[in-house]
Every structure is written in C-alpha cells, then in structure tokens.
Design a binder for this molecule. Structure first.
Ligand code: GUN
Ligand code: FE
Length: 423
C-alpha cells in the first residue's frame, strides 16, 4: 500500500519486541501514514524528503498500556483501609456512588484522563461505576482525550450497599446498551468491556448472562479475582459448589482471550492452568497489591502455566497513575523471579497490548502499528543524564527505578499529539 507520509519524527527510538529483546535505534526516524499507522521505523539516513519533527537528543518509546484502572477512584488514592473489603466500604463505594451526579463525573473523569496522558499511557482498560450515564460520559471524555482502550459499566446485583445495588435485568440491559453504543467506536479506538465487579457482588444469573453477552458481542469481559484470602473466603461462603473463582467463572463461560482478570494472587497451580487453557489474561497491579497488602501475583507460576499478564495501576488501590511505577513494583514484588528492565518495559508495552488483544495495533513501533508513542527526556529524571551516554538497559532501568512518568514530554496517538488542555 502506498500511503502518503503525513508526519515523521527523528529521535532515539526504543521499543521491546519480546520480554528479553529490544530495538534501540540511536538516531532513528519514525514515519507515519495518513491513517495514523507507522509506515517505517529505522535509522535516519538523511534521505527522507518530507518535513521532519526533530526530537534529536530525546527518546521515542511506545505509548504505555495500563490494563486495569478505575476512573471514579482517582481521589481515593492513598486513603488507607485495613482490608480490601473494609476499604471498599469506607472509600470506594462512596466514591462510586457519587458518580450518580454528572458534575462529579465531569470533574473526576476529565482529571483522570489528563493524568493518564501526562503519564504517557495511550491505551487503557478501565472501569466506570454502575451508572450507565456516567459510563457514557466517561466514553465521551475518553473519545475527546484521544486515548485508546475499553471501559465498562460496573455490574453489582447482590451484597452491595444502597445506591450501588442493581436489579439483575437492569444491569444487563444497561450494559448491553453501552456495548452497542461504544464497542468499536472511533474506528475501533474505543471498545466495551462487560464488567461484573467481582464474584461476591454478582449473582450466578448475572455472570451467566455476562458470559453469553460478551461472547455474542465480541466485546471484552473484565473482573477482579482472588485478590485476597478474605475475598476467597467470601466466595466459598456464597458459592460452596465451586472449588474457586476460576472454576466459577469457567462454568459461567466468562473465561476467554478477551477476558482480563485483575490480581489472580491467591490461586492454586491448577487454576492458572485453567486460565491458560482458556486464553484468559491477568492484570497484574503490584502497587495496589502492596497498598492493600494483598500479596504478590506469583509471576513464576503464572509464566510457567503460560498465562499472559501485563501491568495495571488499579487506581485507587494503586497510588500512582504511572506505568513506570508499576514496572518498578513488579520487580520489587518478586523475591525469587527477576523482572529485568527490558522485561517490565515489554510488559508495559507489547505485553499490555497482548493482554488487551490489540497486539496487531499497538505496543511496538514496527511498520503497520498505530503511531502511539511518547517523547521522553531523561534529563527530567536527573539533569546529569545525557541520553547519548546511556546504554539501552541503563535507559530502561532509570525510567523504571527512578522515573514515575516525569520523563514524558509529549504523547501521541495515531501520530497526533494529545493535548491535555484540549478536552
Ligand atoms: N475488588 C472488587 N472491587 C475492587 C476495587 O474496586 N478495587 C480493588 N483493588 N479490588 C476490588
Ligand atoms: Fe481494580
């Protein structure tokens, strides 16, 4: 295809192609076609005839992928709770109830997407609240913000506080309506995820229908699983007929390649094998797991079972909106497995794209991918750093261990610069 080049960017270009492989082009040129996809990515040779945006001395990396976060929980970050279930009652449920008020949605959602962009995240898997109107508005703001990904209306039809308890049929009908409106919108930039909150707040009737709707629509399905022993105990109490939440979700036909389950910490080996066999993905949210003392996702077991996972900030249990911060904590969470800077960088980009079934569109900077990328300045982390002096793994290491997103200077989706003041 002979697509006219619309824009070209010169910089040091760095992206991961595998958990142990990166491409580092010290003086590179990224050429973007009029469809927003990359026409070519390679060394600058002086032969390119069109106009070039010159970011020499800067680093150009793929847009970051945050596979799990909650829009209404932005201002809950850092409000400590004794356990997951107490913290939900004390802070999270009130914050989500407040999404019944359009003014709250407007304020919180706008600030959420601005912070997402300022942290270099271009693709995200998100939860709204149980409210269809709030979910609809979150999609509109996401559309205006220019980022990519999916959102879901949270579903809760049992054991939930007043104001967050839905009738099963309303929950399903409203979710179906949001899916019909948003799944595939903006040329596929926006997608829908059926979002049963977690097993304790969902009836089997609801989950069975969610499995069917997700399958029929081709949309995503997202939920939380086995985050704490307290959650597991509650699931056993409610549904003693199932060995664990994986068996329950599987029986409800909720597992599959477009299902993203957050946490997956307290599961036995067999459960990970079931997740792998169904192609189900895990959102690993280490900062959140430290904050709630949930434990650590057993990365070695998850990898041995062959389950795909990537990084999520899980705001508001996660205190940061930076995927670089998650990269760091993904390493700190594993005492016996090594998370190298290259591996966590891969998780934050191509691994994230794979978890969101978007690996043909984003996550690397090869020709054919959407031109979703960040321009970074390492001096923003420390004025003594000079990009040209740093080896590939040193750059990634500094971004991961000393950066919390401050290196991000500009963020592009499909070759267009995102403007945090433009929505
Ligand atoms: N489990 C069910 N809901 C939530 C939530 O909002 N945050 C976290 N961290 N875990 C959950
Ligand atoms: Fe979460």
């Amino acid at each position: 295809m002979n697509m006219a080049a619309t824009r070209a960017f010169r910089a040091r270009i760095l992206f991961a192609t595998a958990p142990d492989a990166v491409v580092d082009i010290p003086d590179g040129l990224l050429v973007v076609g009029s469809d927003g996809r990359i026409l070519s990515c390679g060394p600058w040779d002086g032969a390119f005839s069109g106009p070039v945006e010159d970011f020499s001395g800067h680093l150009l990396i793929p847009g970051l992928v945050d596979v799990h976060s909650h829009i209404p929980q932005l201002d809950c970050r850092g409000k400590h709770g004794a356990t997951l279930l107490d913290w939900l009652d004390r802070y999270i449920f009130p914050a989500e109830k407040a999404f019944a008020d359009p003014k709250v949605v407007e304020d919180v959602a706008r600030r959420f997407f601005k912070k997402l962009i300022l942290n270099g995240t271009t693709t995200a898997g998100l939860y709204a609240s149980i409210h269809a109107d709030a979910t609809d508005r979150c999609f509109e703001i996401m559309r205006a913000a220019g980022v990519r990904g999916f959102i879901g209306k949270v579903m809760m039809d049992q054991y939930s506080p007043a104001g967050l308890l839905e009738k099963t049929s309303d929950s399903l009908n409203e979710s179906e309506r949001m899916c019909a409106k948003w799944n595939g919108a903006e040329g596929g930039r926006l997608r829908y995820a059926f979002t049963p909150r977690f097993v304790p707040t969902c009836s089997l009737e609801l989950l069975r229908e969610v499995g069917r709707l997700a399958r029929e629509s081709g949309a995503y399905l997202q939920s939380h699983i086995a985050e704490t022993e307290g959650e597991n105990a509650r699931v056993r109490e409610l549904y003693p007929q199932y060995a664990d939440s994986v068996a329950l979700f599987e029986d409800m036909d909720c597992l599959g390649a477009r299902t993203v389950l957050a946490h997956a910490i307290h599961l036995n080996d067999d459960a990970f094998v079931r997740l792998a066999a169904t192609g189900t993905k895990i959102a690993h949210c280490p900062t959140s797991n430290f904050f709630l003392k949930s434990g650590a996702m057993p990365a070695a077991k998850v990898e041995a079972a062959g389950v795909d996972y990537a990084l999520g900030t899980d705001v508001g249990a996660g205190t940061s909106m930076s995927i670089f911060t998650e990269m760091r904590h993904a390493d700190y969470a594993q005492m016996h497995a090594t998370m190298t800077p290259i591996k966590t960088f891969w998780l934050a980009t191509q691994g994230g794209a794979r978890v969101m079934s978007m690996e043909g569109d984003v996550g690397s900077l090869e020709a054919g991918m959407f031109a979703d990328f960040n321009i970074c300045a390492v001096e923003r982390i420390d004025p003594s750093f000079r990009l040209a002096d740093l080896a590939t793994d040193e750059i990634l290491s500094l971004l991961m261990y000393r950066g919390d997103g401050q290196a991000i200077e500009a963020t592009y989706v499909a070759g267009e610069r995102l403007d945090v003041d433009g929505f």
